[in-house]
Design a protein around this ligand. Structure first.
Ligand SMILES: [Fe+2]
Ligand SMILES: [Fe+2]
Length: 138
């Protein structure tokens, strides 16, 4: 799943982090497809989890700071993907590459839907809030 402009939300900080997410996700998919040995995959999965959780933290922080009213639904959707990632890891730890890859592909589809349903409305709200703040200071 390479980065595509269709994923752009219009909020630069979120878009830059999504690009980083797409990079580590692609690395993970290629490694699973190539059935890299477990000891090599371990680092890639650790890096993937780190970037996913940093991204969730970033969006949670933005939503809290601007008093975003759909924060709970957005966080709940992030938690759903974290659950999917946990089950992907347990499949991979059992050496079930096919199972791990299936879940990784589902996580990719989830991300595309999530951007559309949750991140894009958040980006619109961030940009509107910024305009109001700028207008109130001029
Ligand atoms: Fe999000
Ligand atoms: Fe996001």
């Amino acid at each position: 799943m390479p980065w595509s402009e269709v994923y752009r939300t219009g909020c630069e900080i979120i878009d830059n982090d999504h690009m980083r997410l797409v990079d580590v996700y692609d690395h993970l998919l290629i490694s699973l497809e190539n059935r890299l040995p477990l000891h090599k995959l371990d680092n890639i999965i650790t890096e993937f989890i780190r970037v996913v959780s940093e991204h969730s933290t970033l969006e949670h922080r933005i939503m809290s700071e601007i008093g975003y009213n759909s924060i709970d639904a957005h966080i709940a959707d992030h938690e759903r993907v974290m659950e999917a990632i946990s089950s992907m890891i347990s499949k991979f730890q059992k050496g079930n590459y096919t199972g791990a890859l299936e879940i990784a592909l589902l996580a990719g589809k989830w991300e595309a839907t999530h951007v559309e349903r949750y991140d894009r409305p958040l980006a619109v709200f961030v940009n509107e809030t910024q305009k109001i703040l700028i207008a109130s200071c001029t």
